[in-house]
Design a protein around this ligand. Structure first.
Ligand code: HAM
Length: 430
């Protein structure tokens, strides 16, 4: 039997319900903050990701789904969105149309990581990129949006971690300091960290190996070595968050796994999803547009992992959705009435109601079972002697009340269906 590829997941109808609820909230909150949706292709030229995320990162070094197409071009399934959004921003000169572009997205991403709970090879992110302003209040806005969405989904066990990486010049000086601090300990580091020592030394802070963390004790702290402007902006971000009532922790080891960051970086982690605890991450990237060939344009953004968030929601039991329902189920009492039932269903659907009926010529009892399973508010019986004398019968399922209605006056049924207590389920949720 052919099965789904390792690290990918089918979303069955019960899952999709939760996804739609999440997406609905994401879209609403981005609208509140005046972000416009952007959609980019699933694949891009490999060079785009190499140049933006950085060749020495895990993503580019070992996780990308890269292939050569029949024309000989190296293509990559997007592992993240920031690079694609910036590419589109430059390609369509969005900066000329608007001085600040606030964009959001919901999209699948691909990384060939070792699958585990909360870590997939095709996963989904929602996120935002704001291009055109260096204001630290925009950094605070990003954190505010991410936090707000997670709270809206009912999550409580959250920690917002923030740090500043400063500008490249101050970071390079810091890297030298870290290098000399670690140089006599290099041989004691894990193999991965030894590699990072030469290629991407800041990432040693991300090591999960206890011995590495032990060796890092007493290391110089990046935040104490950043430039004055970055420090000043960082103070503004912290003040803005405090004023907005968003609790946060300073995490001097938060270095992030992508190379394009400058100044503020952040993550929001959950205590309820095991080792893959980062629900979202982001930060400022003031040099990326220029690096990809655009005019110098500051940028800031974040992305959040939908699977991880929904796992946290499940583990926290953070929301429950109302059961699906049907306004009307039509029970067919005579097989030969299929055409009448079909037309009747069409009539009510045109009027805006959710309607279904039996396509399997099942017994009346089985049809009623189906109506109950679909959580039908009303059942309409059509057939038998009643139909021959021009009537049908409407039953309200909540209390068993029945109403005989002339077939020629279906509008009476419309009235019954329109009684306010029928549509308790809030469809605006979806
Ligand atoms: P990232 O930290 O690589 O950042 O990913 C953001 C989020 O995507 C993670 O916090 C996690 O929830 C989710 N995620 C990442 N990899 C996986 C995976 N294999 N399986 C499931 N979920 C995953 C970025 O992607 C940046 N583009 C964020 C950003 C936007 N920075 C500025 N703008």
């Amino acid at each position: 039997m052919i099965k789904a590829i390792k690290g990918t997941k089918d979303l069955l109808p019960d899952d999709v319900k939760n996804w739609k609820y999440l997406e609905h909230n994401v879209r609403n909150i981005f609208r509140d903050f005046n972000y416009k949706e952007i959609r980019t292709p699933i694949f891009e030229e490999t060079l785009l990701f190499e140049r933006s995320i950085g060749e020495a990162t895990d993503i580019v070094g070992k996780e990308m789904y890269t292939f050569t197409d029949r024309g000989g071009t190296s293509l990559t399934l997007k592992p993240e969105m920031t690079a694609s959004v910036v590419r589109a921003f430059i390609e369509h000169s969005l900066g000329n149309l608007q001085s600040l572009n606030k964009l959001f997205y919901i999209s699948p991403m691909f990384r060939q990581e070792r699958p585990q709970a909360g870590r997939l090879r095709q996963f989904h992110q929602f996120g935002a990129e704001a291009l055109g302003s260096a204001s630290p209040f925009l950094d605070a806005e990003m954190i505010q949006i991410a936090f707000h969405i997670l709270k809206k989904l009912g999550l409580n066990d959250l920690t917002v971690k923030i740090n500043s990486l400063g500008v490249p010049a101050s970071r390079e000086l810091y890297k030298e300091k870290l290098k000399s601090f670690l140089s006599d300990k290099k041989e004691l580091l894990s193999e991965d960290s030894r590699k990072r020592f030469d290629t991407n030394i800041l990432r040693i802070f991300d090591s999960k190996v206890d011995a590495d963390q032990h060796l890092l004790k007493g290391a110089p702290i990046l935040l104490e070595h950043i430039d004055d402007e970055s420090r000043n902006d960082f103070d503004i971000v912290m003040k803005a968050l405090a004023k907005a009532g968003i609790p946060f922790e300073l995490d001097p080891k938060l270095v992030r796994g992508l190379d394009y960051y400058t100044k503020t970086t952040f993550e929001i982690v959950s205590g309820k999803v095991g080792s893959q605890s980062a629900l979202c991450g982001g930060g400022r990237y003031d040099l990326l547009v220029e690096e990809l060939g655009g005019k110098p344009t500051p940028g800031v953004g974040f992305a959040a992992g939908i699977e991880r968030i929904l796992l946290a929601c499940e583990n926290e039991k953070s929301f429950t959705l109302p059961d699906d329902f049907l306004d009307l189920f039509i029970v067919k009492l005579d097989k030969e009435l299929s055409s009448v039932i079909f037309d009747t269903a069409s009539y009510f659907r045109k009027e805006g109601f959710t309607v279904d009926f039996d396509y399997l010529d099942r017994s009346v009892k089985a049809q009623m079972r189906e109506a109950n399973k679909c959580n039908a508010k009303f059942v309409l019986f059509i057939g038998g002697d009643e139909h021959k004398s021009g009537y049908c019968n409407l039953k309200k399922m909540s209390n068993g009340d029945q109403l005989q209605v002339p077939v020629a006056q279906m509008d009476q049924i419309l009235q019954a269906l329109n009684t306010p207590d029928l549509l308790q389920n809030d469809r605006s949720l979806y």
